[in-house]
Every structure is written in C-alpha cells, then in structure tokens.
Design a protein around this ligand. Structure first.
Ligand SMILES: [Zn+2]
Length: 469
C-alpha cells in the first residue's frame, strides 16, 4: 500500500516581527539584506528574545488541529552548515525528552478520513539563496538574509495519506484553516512549503523536499509512485533518499543521501528559557480564536437555511465569508450566499483577482435586496454585478445607466404581452392547444424586454391570458 506523510512549513505572516528579534516578519519586496540585525544573522554575543505572539498563534494552530499543548515548551538548536543559515544552526523545537513542542497528537477529518497530526513545532525560517547568471560557468549564488528568522510553524502528519489527491484536499483545508485563524496568508509566495515522504509496498521511504505549490506536490507524488512502483516491479531496490522536484521538467531528481536525525546534533537552546503555558492561558486563547470553518458552516445552514453545499463553499473561504458577514441581513442572507458563491466566485477565483475586486458589501446587499424585492431579474443582476466589480459604481447608478430595472410591475408587463399576442397570433393559437409551446411566447416577451421581465410573472400572465383569449 502507498503511504504518504507530510511536513508543512507555514509562515506566520500576520505577525509584525521575526521570531527572535524586532526585524519585520514581512521580508517581501525589500532591498536584499536590509531587514536584518545582529540577532537574526547570529552575530557573536547577540541573544534571541522569543516573540510571544508567535507562540500564541502557533498554539492556536495546535488547538484548531486538535493537538495537545504541553505545560512547558522548549527550543533546540538544529545544527547544519549551509549558506542560507547564518548561525550554522536553526532554532527549532524537538521532542527529545518528552513532548515540549507547541503541539502533538492531533487529527483532522478529510472527507471522512482521519489524518493524524504527529507534531507541530515553532521554528525560524532560514535566509534565501538567489542564483544569477546564465551558464553554469558564470553562475553565482547570492545570499539574502531578509527572511532569516521569520516565524514558521512546521506541521508533521503521520503517513496516513493513501494517494496524492487526499494530499491536495488536506493542504487546501489546512490553508483555509490558517487563513480563517488569521495567523497566515497561505497564498503569499513561499508562505506554505511542503515536504512529502512516500513509500510504495516493499519499497523504502523517499523524501521530496521543499515544494512551493500544492499542485506541484501532487504531481511530484504521482511521479514518485510511478517511479518507485516500476523499480519494485523489476526487483530493484528503491533507495532511501531525498529528492528534489524539478519544476521545469516535472520530475523528481536525486538530491543527496538522507541525513539521519543524529547528523543534526540537536542541542537544547540555552539562550531561551522554558516557556510555561498554563491551562488559563489556553482557555483564553480558545476564546480569542475566530469561529471555526465547521461552526460557521453549521450556523449558515441552521440560521439562514443556506443549502449545505453552498454553506460549505462560503464558510471555507475567509475573504468571501467576511464579505457575506458584512453584507447580509436576516431576509437576504440566502440570496447573498447565492450571489457570492455562483457569480462573484466565478468572476474572481484567485487571490489577485479578489484583491482587484471593486465590489463592497454594500454593493452585494443592495443587489440582493433588489433581487429579493423583484426589482431586478437574476440575469440583469449578474450584469449589474459585473459592472460593479469593474467600476465600483453604486448599484442604483448602474441600474439606471444600463437601464437594468426589471419590468415586473404587472401593467407594463401586461402591455408588452398584449403586443406579443397580437404579433404572434399563430403561436398563441398553438399554445392554447399544446401548452408545451408556451415557452416560445415567453421567449418573445423576454426579447422585447431585453431580458428584464421576471420569468415567473411573465409565465403567469401569459397562462391567464391564454385561458381568456
Ligand atoms: Zn533581526
């Protein structure tokens, strides 16, 4: 049986400062090596000061994933020599003498399957290596330490996944979860990076390191299953090794033989004292945590009668559920959920597109009220929404400028239907005999009103008129 486990590095991007100093946690788009200080580049004599908020945010992730939080947490030095690591060790957590990392033994349900969380640990991100030059001979490596010391949470699962598809679903759920918790923006470049370990029946465990996108980890795992299976089929041993994902060629390549844990010489970090986390503190954190996605979904279903599927889509996306919360009233909630999940999500399905939206909660609530009050048809509503997204103009302005108001008042609609009856004598006769042909007349009315007539009112009037004609 194929077994897959994951290690996910998730940056706590919502924090102001790095894990052990006052440099900015947001290292993006800065001049290289401008966001550094003696602490994060590990100059002799500098001492780390633990960011309290980072511990709190990491604890919230642990609670949300059903993990145990120990009474005391501690930090360790993981020693390795690489240019992106200025101190030559990374400050991280390690359960050497019982659990002292921020979380352990959790679990989460993915489509009815339990994925166990082995451990959650707080650690610092290393710097970044930037390669420049076109040919191998002229290539140089540049080091940028702006990212060094950025707060990270590493989430380690048990090898509970049976296929790459489950991995992708899990990662999407996890990304929604940390976004909903307001601890991270998982869609920022590099904010969530994944290592996967995978073995097939009768094969050794292979690790795939540092894949930046969920789509690529799914592809890399598919590739590994095929590669490992074909080795096993030919009685060739699958080497226990670390492999890299080659984005351009869409294959994994052997990187180096895997380090053993003892190679890292984990040592207790004596510069950071043990941190006690009391039950009171945990209870307090729980109270500060935003409503969970599951609880939100249940509320949408129970309180507003929103269909399960719609409630699920709406509650799992923080951007859109926030918009819903601001826009809805008791009477238009269902319609707003409908507008957001069918029309708006169709227009803006990526982070960039969402940010570009000119639409506000006011636009959405005005539109929903007009649809609920039969002042505009769903079709015209969609056109108005598109215009609001592009221009940011108010709903009423758009309705009058595009002449989208619905022809729902019965007398003007009746006049138009009378005209159609005169023009289409033959069709009217036919419809009297065969009600199946009534749609033809409805279509004519729609064309005359440019789609602004309410279809059900139109049908009702036509039926009445057919009886009396
Ligand atoms: Zn610093």
């Amino acid at each position: 049986m194929t077994k897959i486990g994951l290690e996910i590095h998730c940056q706590l991007t919502k924090l102001e400062s790095k894990l052990f100093c006052n440099c900015k946690a947001d290292y993006r788009n800065l001049t290289p090596n401008s966001n550094i200080c003696p602490i994060c580049i590990g100059l002799p004599g500098s001492l780390p000061i633990l960011n309290k908020k980072a511990v709190e945010k990491a604890a919230m992730i642990s609670l949300a994933l059903g993990c145990q939080i120990p009474e005391q947490i501690s930090f360790f030095r993981k020693n390795y020599f690489y240019p992106d690591l200025p101190k030559n060790f990374q400050i991280t957590q390690y359960n050497a003498y019982g659990p002292t990392s921020i979380g352990s033994d959790g679990s989460i349900q993915i489509e009815g399957k339990e994925i166990r969380i082995r451990r959650i640990q707080i650690e610092e991100d290393p710097g970044r290596l930037v390669y420049e030059g076109i040919s191998e001979k002229t290539q140089i490596t540049l080091v940028d330490y702006n990212r060094a010391g950025t707060p990270l949470v590493e989430i380690v699962t048990e090898p509970d996944f049976e296929n790459p598809r489950q991995v992708r679903i899990f990662l999407n759920v996890l990304a929604d979860l940390v976004e909903n918790l307001e601890v991270s923006d998982p869609y920022l470049e590099g904010a969530m990076r994944v290592d996967g370990n995978i073995s097939v029946e009768k094969g050794n465990r292979v690790e795939i390191k540092n894949v930046g996108s969920f789509r690529d980890i799914e592809k890399a795992l598919h590739f590994e299953i095929t590669r490992q299976q074909s080795l096993v089929d030919r009685n060739i041993e699958v080497a226990a090794e670390t492999r890299h994902w080659d984005e351009a060629r869409k294959i994994t390549v052997s990187a180096r033989s895997k380090e053993e844990e003892q190679d890292y010489r984990y040592l207790p970090e004596a510069d950071i004292p043990l941190v006690t986390i009391t039950q009171d503190k945990i209870d307090n954190l729980r109270k500060q945590m935003p409503e969970s996605i599951v609880a939100k979904k249940e509320r949408y279903i129970k309180k507003y009668g929103i269909p399960t599927q719609v409630a699920e889509v709406l509650s799992s996306d923080k951007f859109y559920s926030d918009l819903f919360e601001k826009a809805h009233t008791e009477s238009n909630a269902k319609e707003i959920a409908n507008i957001i999940t069918t029309d708006l999500m169709g227009f803006a399905d990526t982070r960039e597109k969402k940010i570009d939206l000119k639409v506000t909660h006011r636009h959405i609530s005005d539109l929903a009220d007009a649809i609920v009050g039969n002042k505009i048809t769903r079709n015209s509503g969609k056109a108005a929404l598109y215009e609001m997204i592009k221009t940011g103009k108010s709903f009423s302005e758009i309705v009058s400028s595009l002449d989208l108001g619905s022809v729902s008042n019965a007398s003007s609609l009746e006049k138009i239907i009378d005209e159609v009856f005169k023009e289409e004598e033959k069709a009217v006769k036919e419809a009297k005999q065969n009600p199946d042909t009534i749609n033809y007349i409805v279509g004519k009315v729609m064309r005359k009103t440019k789609g602004k007539a309410d279809p059900s009112t139109t049908l009702e009037i036509i039926r009445k008129k057919l009886l009396s004609a």
